[in-house]
Design a protein around this ligand. Structure first.
Ligand SMILES: Nc1ncnc2c1ncn2[C@@H]1O[C@H](COP(=O)(O)OP(=O)(O)OP(=O)(O)O)[C@@H](O)[C@H]1O
Ligand SMILES: [Mg+2]
Length: 423
């Protein structure tokens, strides 16, 4: 069964949906939000003002595009550099495709960062944005702004960028095991063991905790399986900071902003009101925990009606020890510690609570997950061998299907459904 991937923009609070990849629609977008990012147009060099997370004042200081690019320690690549690094963006270098374009494997010299011969030097992942107008550029710049300043073991490392004519690219450290999404859902992928699932959840929670507990809080806004990348040891790193947003300051509980994110992962109160808090990320984290437990996509139109929405389907089983096995991923073959699985299910249940205030902080979630990793807590459990499972994965990262994208309003036969981006 082919799984198609859709990406959308939900431009306003009122479900005005626009296809992300369609420049005519994207550029005509108007925002009803109180987003502090402002746009000043000028002749050739657009100036976006984005909050600086370095700034320690109560209100983040807007930074211009020139300031963001010049202040970062990132390498500025020319388009030609990246053409050479990726064998001219050859199709056989493609690592994957997202809403903004293709991601290619490339090689650069590890000292000079100059493009090197394929197969020599350091491997990198090069994301090449489709030329698509303002929104793509804005997210590109937001990503440079945040990843240029934030450094943590559980965030993917941004090495450089390219802003050459209309070309916008990003150069990241290469993550050999690709995305969590590919491991969980790609047909033919070896199943992930329980121990690895827990390890991935902990790594991702560490990344989110780092963002939420930063002096100037960052709300990630796009937490989902495809944005969790894995290194050769299955250490998880968050990628894609194009939607990241400065959290509320002072005694404010939320920021009011345009609704953006991905259908299924986005928190209900945020979709309904545009009020964004770190608890929206916690909701998305709960959804990913559910995907790890069940091996099912958050929204899957290939499933019978009541099972299409993972949250609705799984929720009634999560708090009940005797019923939990009904939603557990059959690919685990029953090889998981029951106590631990039950604890994870309970954490997920708390994270997806409709009342944002009742959701735990991600640091609390992290603490609980770390305790489960402690071997003392898995005494009565079947043995799970991480090495055996990880070794059975192919060495090269996996590709995903090319993804047609349509707006939600477009009438078409529904293929098996993956996730739709809410922008
Ligand atoms: N640094 C990286 N190293 C290895 N593979 C990567 C890297 N970054 C991205 N990929 C691969 O490229 C794929 C596409 O990534 P991309 O972030 O463009 O889209 P996505 O997250 O799948 O979707 P969306 O556009 O909705 O965010 C990923 O799923 C992953 O397989
Ligand atoms: Mg991504």
């Amino acid at each position: 069964m082919i799984h198609y991937k859709y990406t959308f923009y939900l431009c306003t609070f009122h479900s005005f949906l626009v296809e992300r990849a369609d420049p005519s629609k994207v550029t005509s977008k108007t925002s009803l939000s109180s987003d502090p990012s402002t746009i000043k147009s000028n002749s050739s060099f657009s100036t976006l003002t984005l909050p600086s997370i370095k700034d320690r004042s109560e209100f983040p200081t807007p930074r211009t595009e020139g300031e963001i690019l010049s202040s970062s320690n990132l390498k500025a690549f020319s388009f030609n550099d990246l053409k050479n690094a990726t064998k001219n963006f050859r199709p056989d270098s493609v690592l994957g495709e997202g809403g903004f374009g293709h991601v290619y494997k490339g090689w650069i010299d590890e000292h000079t960062l100059a493009p090197s011969k394929p197969g020599s030097g350091m491997v990198v992942a090069v994301k090449k944005l489709k030329p698509e107008g303002f929104q793509g550029h804005k997210e590109w710049l937001t990503e440079v702004n945040y990843l240029g300043q934030l450094h943590h073991n559980n965030l993917v490392k941004l090495i450089g960028y390219c802003s050459d004519g209309d070309n916008r690219l990003l150069v990241y450290e290469f993550m050999p095991k690709g995305s969590l999404e590919n491991h969980l859902f790609r047909r033919g992928a070896d199943p992930l063991s329980w121990a690895i699932r827990l390890k991935v959840a902990i790594g991702a929670a560490r990344g989110l905790s780092f963002l939420h507990d930063a002096e100037n809080q960052v709300i990630y806004r796009d937490f989902k399986a495809s944005n969790i990348l894995l290194d050769s040891e299955f250490n998880a790193k968050l990628s894609d900071f194009g939607l990241a947003k400065a959290g509320p300051t002072g005694d404010k509980t939320h920021v009011s902003t345009q609704v953006m994110g991905t259908h299924g992962y986005a928190a209900p109160e945020y979709i309904a009101t545009g009020r964004l808090s770190a608890k929206a990320d916690v909701y998305s984290f709960g959804v990913v925990l559910l995907e790890l437990l069940t091996g099912r996509w958050v929204l899957d139109k290939s499933k019978p009606g009541k099972e299409q929405n993972l949250v609705d389907w799984a929720k009634p089983h999560l708090g009940d020890k005797r019923r939990l096995y009904r939603v557990m991923d059959t690919k685990l073959g029953g090889q998981y510690p029951k106590k631990s699985a039950h604890a994870v299910a309970n954490i997920a249940l708390k994270c997806i609570c409709n009342d944002a205030k009742m959701r735990p902080r991600i640091s609390e979630v992290l603490e609980e997950l770390e305790q489960l990793q402690d071997p003392k807590n898995n005494m009565a459990s079947p043995q799970v061998d991480i090495r055996r499972t990880s070794d059975s994965f192919p060495k090269s990262p996996m590709r995903i299907q090319p993804s047609p994208r349509r707006s939600l309003g477009e009438a078409s036969p529904l293929p098996a459904y993956r996730t739709a981006k809410v922008h």
